[in-house]
Ligand binder design. Structure first.
Ligand code: NAG
Ligand code: NAG
Ligand code: NAG
Ligand code: NAG
Length: 359
């Protein structure tokens, strides 16, 4: 009896559990490296059944744990990784940090996951206790995962530029050295507007590409960078419109800036495509920001401006990712296309996936 208890508790501690897949080999961790990552964030539900699995290499499971998804991803040779998020103030303490890391490794083992995506978007001052704790967290998490799950992948999400965006003044260089890859969130680029408080593109092309150079100029290896593109846009109610069509937006401050994209609402590509159909303007193209946009009038008669990304704006970004030898590309998030069987939607959805591989 004692032995049984001992064995049971060992099983619990070591996190081994029964494989939920139809074939036990599907629970094996993915170890292969592929030339070009296609890194997908999934936020739950069953949209993943319609993803283009011939390209997906890593899926970050941000929704509830879905064993069926894990089995499916493994059957396609794709990694499935945990979401890692923790309040930085609670991991300044080293033993607390170790506890958190051990918990994540055990969870990954129990769920047959192949790594973790650390998504901490908190403001951090350079040189603060949190600054060092964050770097150590990434370093120690990577060491623990690599040791306990050979071939596993530890990634870290960073802002579109390393220049203290949204007061995220992290030690980007050491963090990059300390993990397998950085997922660069090349979106929400209007989170801190200091000029005219107007609607602008979520991820203007030039600004997006220049920021990769900023990462590379820090001597961060291009092979550590995955380019994140948005599959969502911003819907801005216009306070007024200039003669040239600039949409003045409500002044919503964010982390020290007087005006922010927080004045708008994030909308999925699926919604945007439907709204575009009933827009006042039809699809317009901003040749400076290289992004599509349109105007519509809501039920109260208020005019809205919508900025988004579509295959035409994503293609040159994907081409740049390849030309610069980046590790890959990915999106926030995989769920938000129209996966219905409507023929128009099916074509739009296929084109969004294919745009990830360039023009
Ligand atoms: C340790 O972490 C817990 C939550 O995970 C937190 O409540 C506690 O304050 C932390 N302790 C220290 C010393 O940071
Ligand atoms: C629109 O509103 C902004 C601020 O609310 C103001 O600065 C601007 O002059 C206004 N423009 C027009 C055309 O009314
Ligand atoms: C937009 O309208 C066209 C023509 O009416 C229709 O064929 C298409 O399905 C609509 N697309 C969406 C996403 O609603
Ligand atoms: C899925 O992606 C591959 C490229 O990896 C492409 O050749 C194929 O056409 C895509 N499938 C669909 C349904 O678009």
């Amino acid at each position: 009896m004692l032995l049984v208890l001992l064995v049971l508790s060992l099983v619990a501690v070591r996190g081994s559990s029964r494989c939920p897949c139809v074939r036990p080999e599907l629970c094996r961790h993915i170890q292969e490296e592929r030339d070009f990552e296609v890194f997908v964030f999934d936020v739950g539900g069953k949209a993943w059944k319609s993803y283009n699995w011939s390209m997906v290499t890593t899926l970050a499971m941000f929704g509830p744990y879905d064993a069926e998804l894990m089995c499916h991803a493994h059957s396609k040779g794709a990694r499935v990784v945990l979401k890692g998020d923790v309040h930085l103030s609670s991991i300044v303490d080293k033993s607390n940090r170790t506890t958190w890391i051990t918990d994540q490794v055990n969870l990954a083992k129990r769920q047959f996951m192949d790594g973790i995506n650390i998504d901490i978007e908190q403001a951090v001052d350079e040189g603060s206790p949190e600054y060092y704790a964050l770097t150590n967290l990434v370093k120690e998490t990577t060491a623990a995962f690599h040791k306990e799950i050979p071939g596993s992948q530890v990634s870290f999400d960073v802002a579109w530029s390393p220049k203290c965006i949204d007061k995220r003044c992290y030690d980007y260089v050491t963090i990059a050295e300390s993990c397998d890859l950085l997922f660069v969130m090349s979106y929400d680029e209007q989170s801190q507007i200091t000029g005219d408080c107007i609607g602008m593109a979520n991820a203007p092309l030039l600004q997006t590409l220049e920021a990769y150079q900023e990462y590379i100029d820090l001597k961060i290896d291009a092979k550590k960078l995955v380019m994140g593109v948005p599959w969502y846009g911003y819907d801005y109610p216009c306070v007024n419109l200039s003669q040239k069509g600039a949409c003045y937006i409500e002044k919503v401050p964010f982390r020290g800036a007087p005006c922010s994209d927080a004045a708008g609402r994030q909308k999925p590509y699926e919604w945007i495509m439907k709204q575009l159909n009933s827009s006042m303007s039809g699809r317009l193209w901003d040749d400076e920001q290289k992004a599509p946009y349109f105007y519509y009038k809501d039920q109260n008669g208020q005019i809205h401006q919508v900025w988004y990304d579509d295959p035409q704006s994503i293609c040159p970004k994907a081409d740049h990712a390849k030309a610069k030898g980046l590790r890959g590309i990915g999106m926030w998030n995989g769920n938000i296309l129209d996966y219905s069987h409507d023929p128009v939607a099916m074509q739009q959805t296929a084109m969004m996936w294919n745009a990830l591989l360039g023009c």
